[in-house]
Design a protein around this ligand. Structure first.
Ligand SMILES: O=C(O)CNC(=O)[C@H](CS)NC(=O)CCC(=O)C(=O)O
Length: 276
């Protein structure tokens, strides 16, 4: 199955991002992609909670979700919407950072709320408190698709290997890691962590990323690392999108999953132990 990763620089205007993503999905489908992956917070990159409150929607009336569902059925493609920032019914007013897998009939095959929140001081000038704005999820999710069984994670989840191991043990053959990584941690950790998750689990890792400078109409602007990647189950980097916006295509051969796991069957070698 040919997959496509969309690398974009989402702005703080959801309608602009919808136009961009629709055009790229149409192009990817025309180029033969059967499964198209978008980054974390495809609908908005914004550091302003006030602005987010004014432009974001609930899942039931989000224009990007509705439009992408329509495109899936029109074009006969599957889409992993890496995530959308969405309003929830929570009384504390926090958003969900929610990933969707949409099938080729436009139905929602899976949804996943990011579990691990990026509450990190990357440097004194670069401080993130994701859990101030977003409510963490608590349910890991896999879903069968024509490309293979997909296990969902988002961005900072990448740093928690037990999540990906649990997804693989429940049948995942492809791990999705849509991201909006910081440039500093991206340069130091992104590729090695993606490759480690692939090697540990014998899964393909498909990581569509936000890239570049996200100029803000409200509040502070932000930069992301880019380098959307596809990693093979043996750990090779099959594609690295660099830092430009664009579409990256890879043909996935699912037999590589079985081959890697036969060569090193560590995924089946877990043992109970006491301590430390
Ligand atoms: O804030 C939003 O609107 C959406 N969420 C994100 O972009 C999140 C929290 S700031 N980014 C990450 O998790 C980056 C992780 C990372 O860079 C690392 O693990 O090093």
């Amino acid at each position: 199955m040919r997959i496509a990763l969309l690398q974009i620089t989402s702005s703080d205007q959801p309608s602009e991002n919808l136009t961009t993503v629709e055009g790229m999905i149409r192009t990817a489908a025309a180029q033969g992609a059967g499964f198209i992956f978008t980054p974390e917070v495809t609908n908005i990159v914004s550091m302003s909670r006030k602005h987010q409150v004014s432009v974001l929607c609930h899942e039931g009336d989000d224009p990007m979700l509705a439009r992408v569902r329509g495109l899936c059925s029109e074009l006969g493609v599957w889409v992993s919407l890496g995530s959308l920032a969405l309003k929830t019914e929570d009384t504390d007013g926090r958003f969900a950072n929610r990933s969707f897998v949409i099938d080729d009939k436009g139905e929602i095959a899976a949804r996943y709320d990011k579990i691990h929140m990026f509450d990190v001081d990357v440097s004194p000038e670069e401080i993130y408190r994701e859990s101030d704005g977003y409510r963490p999820g608590a349910v890991a999710t896999t879903v069968p698709t024509p490309a293979g069984t997909v296990g969902l994670s988002i961005c900072y989840d990448l740093r928690f290997p037990h999540l990906h191991r649990a997804l693989a043990k429940s049948g995942a053959q492809i791990l999705t890691v849509p991201a909006a990584f910081s440039p500093v941690t991206g340069a130091a950790h992104w590729e090695v962590l993606l490759r480690a998750r692939a090697i540990e689990t014998g899964c393909f890792v498909v990581a569509a990323a936000q890239t570049g400078r996200h100029d803000a109409t409200v509040g502070k602007s932000r930069q992301t690392y880019g380098h959307s990647m596809v990693i093979a189950p043996w750990g090779e980097v099959l594609a690295d999108a660099g830092t430009d916006c664009g579409i990256t295509y890879v043909d996935l051969d699912l037999s590589m999953v079985d081959k890697a796991r036969r060569q090193v069957p560590a995924l089946g070698h877990d043992r109970e132990f006491d301590g430390p």
